[in-house]
Design a protein around this ligand. Sequence first.
Ligand code: FNR
Length: 186
Amino acid sequence: EKLKVMAICGSLRKGSLNQMVANTLQELAPADMTLVQAPSIADIPLYNADLQNDDGFPVTVDALAAAIEEADAIIFVSPEYNYSVPGVLKNAIDWVSRLPNHPFKQKPIALQSAAAGMLGGARMQYHLRQILVFLEADVFNKPEVFITFGKTKVDEASGRLTDEAAREVISAQLAAFGHYIQRVQS
Ligand code: FNR
């Protein structure tokens, strides 16, 4: 059976560079890997413990958590905002972290980022790794994927990453991540 890997994008906007990278993952994945997109995090409310008192969690949180549980592994594809993790993504992670079954615990996770600038979201990735320490996720190390000067590397019409060097790095990461997932699962 194929490995099921789910991409969670940290940008909500149409025309997101990171969403374009996420859209391209399936065509760069090894033959034994299926890439799916996470349910939207756009409608997850701002974290508020009062929203989870009686009836459980918001349905949007439950949907994301169920999808995480069902996937063999997760790839976060996210921009960097002010040197860190976008609030919308942190908010989604905060909600999921409150579920008693801890969906991220021991989940293999790879990180990718695309940015307009020359560091490609590197600072965000190291903050995200820090967050995932507390969640006890199994975060994959190398090769790392930083898409620098992202606007020059996508085709907006098809919504895909087209830069050949960037595509090669992602292919290499997905292949290595596939082996990592199998090692972690065994
Ligand atoms: C940015 N951007 C940005 N880029 C970067 O490399 N480091 C940073 O700290 C920031 N900070 C930042 C804050 C906020 C609020 C915004 C909106 C943007 C620029 C960012 O790389 C660029 O907008 C990307 O295109 C965002 O990713 P998506 O939406 O295209 O996926």
